[in-house]
Design a protein around this ligand. Structure first.
Ligand code: AMP
Length: 421
């Protein structure tokens, strides 16, 4: 098979690493990719949201499958345009991607299908939003409706902060994405991410993970895209997974099909788990980054037949997925100043070393100069991932590798996995 993989982060490097192991693969082209992927496929300098150029590239290489990493490409209709060109695509149509793109859409969908989630209201004016807040007590949850680069959610500790967040969002801070705000009940519990591969009518659970969103040890500091993950997540017990499958994933896949927007690709459910009962925090239309990295390390099956089956609507014919018994962990190395103002350009040495069979270093935001020198080119820069018989062993292996990478311009958390350990 000729496969086009879209994206350039650590998530896509992990997907490329796994896809490249498939005996079904003839040719892997990655747009735009990153320096870590150079050995896995051909990199093409096409932006991950440049729909016309991506469709042309898929045609040019005779793609049998396009695998879309980031949500931005889905929001602007890459899957729809590929469908028109009869090119199979692992990724949701723009309508189905509304599950990630619009929080108001998802909350209304949950209400229509009676899915467990926080009570909510959607508002376009500040006085109405404030009046609704009166029903709750602190902490208050205020969200911009649309995609806001992970910055559109405010958990306010008091009413003044909550009111300010409403004014800020409706005042245009996020442009159209903040034209509506969603006010939610605050849910207590422990968070975990659960993934499902979907083909429009059927789905297969694809494991779970827990991440660390705060920048610094002890879950302190600003929120980030994710500083580390591990899988499996003990909080996702078989009973919790079954409850999430039956009360969230299955009715969501059925509901989207019934509403004329069949969901294809990976459905990422952010869960809040309290007393064994999962409730939905949010849906995403893509793999989590860095959750994808640990899932790819744990997956034993060839991923390609499953990605293709999602696109072709043949998931029900696939055998059950096989997983390595080991645990996996991912430690994110970020550039100093991340998330507010990461300093790019600092030199990284030792990231390409051979760390042994159980350690893989995925690149996220790196650049390689013509002389081969690797530098930081983004906020999250490297993902040091490892497998181990136990999470402790995986963690020891990952941190041993982190210690061998010389990057004075970077930082990382030293406590990834603490909740499970
Ligand atoms: P979201 O982008 O919707 O996942 O929100 C980002 C983060 O805010 C989540 O990972 C949670 O930690 C937190 N959060 C969002 N909604 C709620 C809620 N209703 N109750 C408690 N925490 C929430």
């Amino acid at each position: 098979m000729n496969i086009l993989l879209v994206g350039s982060g650590g998530r896509e490097h992990a997907l490329a690493w796994k896809i490249a192991q498939s005996p079904l693969l003839t040719r892997l082209v990655i747009a735009p990719g990153n320096p870590g992927m150079e050995a896995l496929g051909e990199l093409r300098a096409v932006g991950a949201a440049d729909v016309p150029a991506l469709v042309s590239l898929a045609r040019e290489i005779g793609a049998d499958l396009v695998v879309v990493g980031p949500e931005a490409a889905l929001e602007v209709g890459l899957a729809d345009r590929l469908a028109e060109a009869s090119i199979p695509c692992f990724g949701a149509t723009a309508r189905a991607a509304q599950l990630e793109v619009s929080k108001a859409f998802t909350k209304d969908f949950c209400a229509r299908h009676d899915l467990p989630t926080a009570a909510y209201g959607v508002f376009e004016t500040a006085p109405e939003a404030r009046a609704f807040l009166d029903r709750f007590s602190a902490p208050y949850v205020i969200k911009a409706d649309g995609l806001a680069a992970g910055k559109g959610v405010v958990i306010a500790q008091n009413r003044a902060e909550a009111d300010a967040a409403i004014d800020d969002m409706l005042g245009g801070r996020f442009g159209q994405a903040g034209a509506r705000v969603v006010i939610e009940e605050f849910m207590q519990g422990e968070e975990a991410s659960l993934f499902a591969l979907c083909d429009g009518k059927d789905f297969l659970l694809f494991g779970g993970a827990q991440d660390h969103k705060r920048a610094f040890d002890g879950d302190r500091g600003p929120n980030t895209g994710g500083m580390g993950t591990y899988s499996p997540a003990p909080v996702l017990s078989p009973a919790v997974e079954a409850a999430a499958r039956d009360r969230l994933i299955a009715p969501t896949v059925a509901g989207m099909a019934a509403e004329g927007a069949p969901y294809r690709g990976v459905l990422y459910a952010g869960l809040m788990i309290e007393d064994g009962g999962p409730r939905l925090v949010e849906y995403n239309a893509r793999f989590g980054d860095p959750e994808c990295q640990v899932l790819m390390l744990r997956l034993k099956s060839d991923i390609v037949p499953y990605l293709h089956a999602c696109a072709a609507g043949t998931l029900a014919q696939q055998p059950p997925l096989e997983w390595h018994a080991e645990a996996a962990i991912c430690v994110v190395l970020a550039a100093e100043g991340y998330p507010e103002a990461p300093k790019t350009g600092s030199v990284i040495t030792g990231a390409d070393a051979d760390f042994g069979p159980d350690v893989v270093v995925f690149h996220a935001g790196t650049r390689r100069a013509p002389d081969g020198v690797l530098t930081a080119a983004g906020g999250r820069v490297l993902n040091v991932c490892a497998r181990g018989a136990t999470l402790q062993q995986a963690r020891d292996r990952a941190y041993a590798a982190v210690g061998k990478i010389d990057w004075p311009g970077g930082f990382h958390r030293t406590d990834i996995g603490w909740r499970a350990l």
